[in-house]
Design a protein around this ligand. Structure first.
Ligand code: BTN
Length: 240
């Protein structure tokens, strides 16, 4: 049970809830949540565009400020999203590090960003989730995408957000104390990649191998005939 009370700041239109939260860090504190009906400059990892013109969807950013173990937040937030989808009868998978997939199509994305100020970290977690996408919007997106209304009727956007935030805050203390180990088992069960032969791009290098699991720190463990690689960041570019 979560007893923490987060505070929602609702806007009809923002450039990006993440950018807003980063720019207004002097006014926002731990537990503030910036929500926008639409975004004009929604963006994701690798500075890719996040299509954000449809007010049926969820675009929001959780402000955490200076917290312990921020490196686990992308993986933790992915687990939280799958728990939420489980609770409405949808079995979602996580494509490392934090793409949320239903039937191998992306339904939600997570962008954790931080700035360092006066020796302190200010961390925000941005989440975009597709509840409904028109055919035109789907065409704008480069990867295969899906949306919740394909699977569950009458998804209540506000209720979903409330449940997501309660789940998020209720596990955060344990994450801060125990790190990735507090979610490792669940993350592995929900991973779409374990046992798959993949190519992952990490900085300028590409690694090819079979995913055998994740380390106690959330790094992906990849094995080829001769080596085991430990990959701490990057993008899966191919699944064979
Ligand atoms: C990704 O999959 O690359 C991450 C996408 C994150 C999109 C969300 S929408 C709310 C918040 N504001 C942004 O500009 N990005 C995140």
């Amino acid at each position: 049970m979560n007893s923490f009370k987060y505070k929602i700041h609702q806007y009809s239109k923002l450039d990006s809830t993440n950018d807003y939260a980063l720019c207004n860090r002097d006014k926002l504190v731990y537990g503030d949540v910036v929500v926008a009906d639409t975004q004009t400059n929604g963006h994701g990892r690798f500075n890719r565009k996040w299509v954000s013109s449809n007010q049926n969807n969820l675009y929001f950013t959780i402000v955490l400020g200076d917290i312990d173990n921020p490196q686990y937040l992308p993986l933790y937030t992915a687990v939280v999203l799958t728990r939420l989808l489980d609770s409405i009868g949808i079995q979602a998978k996580i494509k490392w590090p934090n793409d949320i997939l239903i039937d191998n199509k992306k339904v939600a994305g997570i962008l954790v960003q931080s700035v360092l100020q006066n020796g302190k970290n200010y961390v925000v977690v941005g989440i975009g989730m597709n509840l409904f996408l028109s055919a035109e919007e789907k065409l704008e997106i480069a990867v295969p995408v899906t949306f919740l209304e394909n699977f569950v009727r009458d998804v209540n956007k506000n209720k979903l957000l409330e449940e997501l935030l309660n789940t998020f805050f209720s596990g955060l203390e344990t994450l801060n104390k125990e790190g990735f180990l507090s979610i490792k088992n669940e993350y592995q069960i929900k991973s779409s990649l374990i046992g798959e032969q993949i190519t992952v791009k990490c900085s300028q290098k590409e690694f090819v191998g079979k995913v055998i699991g994740f380390s106690d720190n959330g790094e992906m463990l990849l094995m080829d005939e001769n080596h085991t690689f430990t990959i701490n960041s990057g993008e899966v570019v191919k699944i064979l």
